[in-house]
Design a protein. Sequence first.
Length: 253
Amino acid sequence: MKFALETEDLRVYYGDNMVIKGVDLKVPRNTVFAVMGPSGCGKSTMLRAFNRLLELNEEARVEGKVKIFGRDVYNPEVDPIEVRREVGMVFQYPNPFPHLTIYDNVAIGLKLNGLVRSKGEIDERVEWALKKAALWDEVKNRLNDYPSNLSGGQRQRLVLARALAMKPKILLMDEPTANIDPVGTKKIEELLFELKNEYTIILVTHSPAQAARVSDYVAFIYIGELVEVGPTRKVFENPEHELTEQYVTGVLG
């Protein structure tokens, strides 16, 4: 299977208002695929359609197809919980559980889903996930501490570790650096280059510069419509659409 994720005529409605308008995408495996566009253009909504999180919003309705490794996740026989295990998500605001320790923040999904049985297995997976998120060396001696004592960038990497602990196949990242400092942003961006060896990463960003820095492929969304998609270098250096050129050069924001 060449593509990790495909959409066919994907439409999303809030009530009678169509906010994603017939999007067709193909996301190659083991790449960083950036979805860029101005704030409020539907990027985050589309991301939530990929792992059926939109179903938690009674106002939302999804039509069309979303295929994960060839399987339509909106098929009635597919369990949405299983989809969300395969397609992890990191949100814009670092959102570790404040009442849980650093250790328990990473372990909670494993415990709730019964994915690992013994304390030893959980310990191993927590350490593995924290190392994958480049956080282990900073917190290994304070696993019983609470996230409130971490920096914003560390909290976001903790959330990333929580997602990775579930061993998803695809990782959705919704503007993961929008609310952290430049040092934290740099660490997250560096992680993307390592993580794509094992995962397919779909990154939403309102920063063309970030999309240019970290992605292999990019899609430009404007007011719910897919304007242009392709290899990042081509889209930035030789865009086919005037709107794309205006956006990547900063004329359109």
